[in-house]
Write a protein that binds this ligand. Structure first.
Ligand code: PMP
Length: 398
């Protein structure tokens, strides 16, 4: 890593915290036994697993037995969807239109190919032009014939916070299980499973300064949910030898957020102030700057915007040469020439959606870094924007 890089792609992944690296390392060296082995070496790992589960449960406001460790949010999301189809007769899924690719791609595959010889119907709750959910449409779609309703707590591209409480009330009234993909909000905003109204929740450690390849599916006690991988681990709910170094690292990340010098609400306020400064600074310096979903409640760390009609690839290339690392949106669909499906669903024209840049901060982002970005980006882009704009800049402000 280049020490001069300013990393603003924290919605894609975060740097592991030093205490996370230490916990993973310690586990690899000292607790490498199989937690299912009854001998002494296995029991050291078992104790570590129990302690890590306890810390993560405390952090997420769930009972330890409600936490099923997985390989990350993609697997947790798949377990939520496929389990809902496996557990009963209902074969209708209701998803929000902004769901992560790991949900949308699976849902579309199921809609095209069916499940276990049955047709699967997938209905998407539309998003509004501000990127939040159309609650009137949700009320129509959430009916007792649904196997599962799934919404995300916050969108990975826009950062928009979704109306989970309202959706939970609709699900409760209809008697339909609710899954929440909370991957982007956990660690950035306070979260409590017991109070969330959700039956199932996906979380991923690498979005909160933990390691990659480890996450959790929280499952409300008493909810019978078929496993994706059969096996006896995780109380028969997820087979496979537990990724103990990953789980220990996840627990260290959770403990850091619970016991650090600053608590999540204070950190969120500090990051939001930095993000707002960045947003205001870029808008002031580059009048063609348009922020997506700026009228909706957003994650404190996320800024999704376009600079006039400058193509995202051009912008990202220029700013990376100056040390600013950002992305055009979801890392899971970046690299293609397709615009963000979410922006298109929000009504953004395709050519302008291809101009979208996501700047996402973390609790490690400093004032000095933001001050530098406010200088570097305008200096790099002003000449390009000048070429595009008409004399009074109106064309860019569209
Ligand atoms: N859901 C959301 C909202 C995400 O942002 C991501 C990560 N990009 C995932 C799911 C997938 O998480 P993982 O990388 O742990 O599989």
């Amino acid at each position: 890593m280049d020490a001069n890089w300013i990393y603003l792609d924290n919605n894609a992944t975060t740097a592991p915290a030093p205490e996370v690296v230490a916990a993973v390392n310690d586990c690899l060296l000292n607790s490498w036994g199989n937690a299912s082995s009854s001998h002494a070496v296995g029991q050291i790992s078992k104790q570590k697993l129990v302690a890590a589960r306890g810390a993560i449960a405390k952090f997420l406001g769930c009972k330890p037995a409600e936490a099923v460790f997985t390989s990350g949010a993609t697997e947790s999301n798949h377990m939520a969807i496929l389990g809902s189809l496996a557990r009963g007769e209902k074969k209708r899924l209701v998803l929000s239109a902004g769901e992560h690719a790991s949900m949308q791609k699976l849902a579309r595959q199921l809609a095209a190919g069916g499940y276990g010889g049955h047709a699967v119907q997938v209905d998407f709750i539309p998003v509004t032009p501000q990127g939040t959910l159309d609650l009137a449409a949700a009320a129509q779609l959430i009916r007792d014939d649904a196997a599962l309703v799934s919404v995300m707590s916050a969108n990975n591209e826009t950062g928009v916070l979704m109306p989970v409480a309202e959706i939970a009330a609709l699900c409760k009234a209809a008697g339909v299980p609710l899954h929440v993909d909370a991957t982007q909000s956990v660690g950035k905003l306070p979260f409590n499973f017991a109070e969330s109204g959700a039956d199932l929740v996906s979380v991923s450690a690498h979005k909160l300064h933990g390691p990659k390849g480890v996450g959790v599916l929280l499952m409300r006690s008493g909810l019978a949910w078929p496993a994706l991988f059969a096996g006896s681990q995780e109380r028969n709910r997820r087979g496979g030898t537990e990724n103990l170094p990953g789980i220990a690292g996840f627990a260290a990340a959770a403990e850091r957020l619970m016991n650090g010098a600053e608590k999540i609400p204070e950190t969120a306020a500090r990051i939001a102030a930095l993000r707002d400064r960045l947003e205001a600074g870029l808008k002031a310096a580059l009048p063609g700057t348009v922020v997506f979903a700026d009228g909706a409640p957003r994650l404190p760390n996320t800024l999704y915007l376009r600079f006039g009609a400058l193509d995202a690839d051009v912008v990202l290339n220029r700013i990376e040469k100056l040390g600013v690392i950002a992305s055009s949106g979801s890392a899971c669909s970046a690299g293609g020439s397709e615009p963000s499906a979410l922006l298109v669903a929000m009504g953004v024209p395709r050519d302008l959606a291809l101009c979208a840049i996501r700047l996402s901060l973390s609790d490690a982002t400093t004032d000095a870094e933001i001050a530098r970005v406010i200088e570097v980006i305008p200096a790099a882009l002003a000449p390009l924007l000048g070429e595009q704009s008409d004399p009074d800049g109106k064309q860019l402000a569209a």
